[in-house]
Design a protein around this ligand. Sequence first.
Ligand SMILES: [Zn+2]
Ligand SMILES: [Zn+2]
Length: 118
Amino acid sequence: MPAKITEIKCKRCRNLLFTEEVSPSLTAHGQVIGAGARNTKCNSDVQEDCLYLAEDNMPDWIHEVVDRENWIRGKLYCPLCHARIGSFDFVSPKKCNCGEYVPPPIRITYSKVDTPHR
Ligand SMILES: [Zn+2]
Ligand SMILES: [Zn+2]
């Protein structure tokens, strides 16, 4: 059976942001969403529900943004319509609410993207 390709798209313009084959969506605890792990709201400072990406397998366009910001912190916008879809922070990691995990550095806001997870 071929692997299911999951596309994460910008909610506003439907631009493809990344596929989970390249960049698996992670929970705040760094677990791959869908592989037995449900999304968690165990976020440190976030009101909104988010998914996370690891720096090891972020999509190229996010890599470029992160490079441009010198791996510090910044916001992520859809490359096509410039809607804000998330943020990243490599310098001030905060533990999540349960105090056990540091969420992955790249954060994507659920309500800004089309994703099969919820
Ligand atoms: Zn867009
Ligand atoms: Zn937690």
